[in-house]
Design a protein around this ligand. Structure first.
Ligand code: GRG
Ligand code: ZN
Length: 332
């Protein structure tokens, strides 16, 4: 089976044309995330021009909340760190960061870090999760604000800035005995949490803090005999882990611990070959989340014809991403 690339372009472009469907409005709280997923999917296929840059940027700008400095998932939605990262990723891909107040956005992100624990909350209501640490450091790095103020905060103090020391400590407190990572300290290891934790450490220049071979081995064990990857032991394989697990293995330099041919086969089997889109596994209905992570997974696997993706930022490398190889490396 081959990649039905043109059908996938058609599928993603069509997502915005279902405004009469109840589902469209039921997913409004994910709108900016969905736009980012759709845009990255199109970038992988070399078809980003299939959607209007101006319309997308306008929608993102309308979702900005100038009171807080954060973005909501759609206009008039409360700001949240999840939608703020997606908004910045879209603007970065479109080279449109000059249209927003990047200092106010960076200050909003910094305000969400707990000055005692280094954890990051998703919004003003206070839920904490390793996802939000990743979101914070990725957003700050894309804005060029992760390191600029950090020099004076090495001791872990926060003075309206972001403490890399504390964030690193918090992430390491979510590493488990099996090598996996959880969303909060003492939680269960989960493949997607490994992405956010290793990704955050990589962006902060802190991957040398520990040996992550056990993590890589836990991740490689997620491949099941049929080729697909699951997110934790005993669970079903799911196409989205072709992103969460593979990207993390790529960051750890262990992509070769996966059987590539079998995984490619698993992802291709999950395509809707008639209408486009990729599902979580064969036989299920496609959605944009599994479409983007199927395509970015295939890209990491070197599938012919796809554009290259950064395993750290989940954005096309062609958009000129920050060079994280040049970051200072600390031994905190
Ligand atoms: C830049 C790609 C990118 C992301 C931004 C928000 C974020 C950072 C990452 C989210 C990481 C995360 C925790 C994703 C959830 C993935 C997922 C499929 C969860 C489902 O968990 P279960 O328990 O599924 O429902 P399983 O597969 O365990 O049955
Ligand atoms: Zn999934």
């Amino acid at each position: 089976m081959e990649l039905v690339a043109e059908k996938h372009v058609h599928y993603v472009v069509g997502l915005d044309k279902h405004k009469d469907d109840l589902e469209y409005w039921l997913t409004e709280h994910l709108r900016i995330n969905g736009m980012y997923w759709g845009l990255v999917a199109l970038c992988m296929l070399g078809s980003e021009s299939a959607v209007s840059k101006e319309e997308t940027v306008d929608f993102v700008l309308k979702s900005y909340d100038s009171n807080s400095g954060g973005f909501g998932a759609a206009p008039r939605h409360d700001p949240h760190i999840l939608s703020t990262l997606s908004a910045i990723q879209i603007l970065y891909i479109y080279d449109a960061l000059d249209r927003v107040d990047t200092d106010a956005i960076a200050d909003y992100i910094c305000s969400l870090q707990d000055p005692k624990t280094g954890a990051v909350q998703g919004d003003k209501y206070g839920e904490e999760d390793t996802r939000f640490v990743y979101n914070a450091v990725s957003t700050l790095r894309l804005l060029g604000r992760l390191f600029s103020r950090d020099e004076s905060f090495r001791s872990g103090d926060i003075d309206n800035g972001f403490s890399i020391d504390l964030a690193t400590k918090y992430i390491m407190s979510c590493k488990n005995f099996d090598g996996g990572f959880s969303s909060t300290p003492d939680g269960e290891s989960h493949g997607a949490q490994a992405f956010v934790c290793i990704g955050a450490l990589k962006i902060m220049g802190r991957l040398n803090i520990s040996d992550f071979d056990l993590t890589a081995s836990w991740l490689a064990k997620r491949q099941l005999p049929e080729g697909g990857l699951n997110g934790r032991p005993e669970k079903l394989p799911d196409v989205c882990y072709s992103w969460w697990i593979l990207s993390t293995l790529a960051m750890l330099g262990k992509l070769h611990w996966i059987n590539k041919e079998k995984l490619i086969h698993f992802i291709l089997q999950a395509q809707d070959t008639e209408n486009g889109g990729i599902a979580d596994r064969t036989g299920n209905l496609p959605d944009v989340f599994h479409t983007v992570f199927g395509l970015t997974g295939l890209s990491l696997l070197g599938y012919p014809g796809l554009q290259s993706v950064s395993p750290v930022f989940c954005m096309p490398t062609s958009c000129g991403l920050p060079d994280i190889s040049e970051q200072p490396s600390f031994s905190a």
